[in-house]
Design a protein around this ligand. Structure first.
Ligand code: FES
Length: 144
């Protein structure tokens, strides 16, 4: 793969929902009463129907377990170019939260569209390690 290929892929990167599925997020023993698999299935179905505008991936523990479920909304390439940055959402459980996240992503996500006010109330600060990585990326020092 050439650097040119990587740049081409990055140019078309969609809004990406990074869904934490670590020790606490998505764990029915820690958060009973929520259908965590339904949440993931729903987000993935919306991504599949988005025509490539939304992607979903899961990750191991992101850090702020006391705010599970955590979802990070990463901007599209265009959103990042316009100043959008990864946005961390806590307590993302229930259809209302999923609706708001999907609506924001479908509207363009960070850097392009404004989130609904109710969703903005769920924004949480990223852990220190994530902030440090983001600053490094902003200076063009990201690892390959
Ligand atoms: S398991 Fe999601 S933040 Fe730790």
């Amino acid at each position: 793969m050439t650097a040119r290929t990587v740049l081409g892929a990055a140019r078309t990167r969609p809004v990406t929902l990074v869904v934490c599925r670590g020790c606490c997020c998505g764990n029915p023993r820690k958060h009973p009463g929520h259908d965590h698999q339904w949440q993931l299935d729903r987000l993935r179905a919306a991504a599949a129907e988005s025509g490539g505008r939304i992607a979903v991936r899961t990750t191991d523990c992101l850090g702020p377990c006391d705010r599970a479920n955590v979802i990070v909304v990463q901007p599209s390439c265009e959103g990042r170019r316009r100043g959008g940055r990864a946005t961390w959402i806590g307590f993302a459980m229930g259809d209302a939260a999923d609706d708001d996240i999907l609506r924001w992503a479908a509207d363009g996500g960070p850097g392009i569209a404004e989130p609904l006010p109710a969703l903005a109330l769920q924004f949480i600060p990223p852990p220190r390690a994530a902030r440090t990585r983001a600053r490094g990326q902003g200076r063009g020092r990201a690892r390959r």
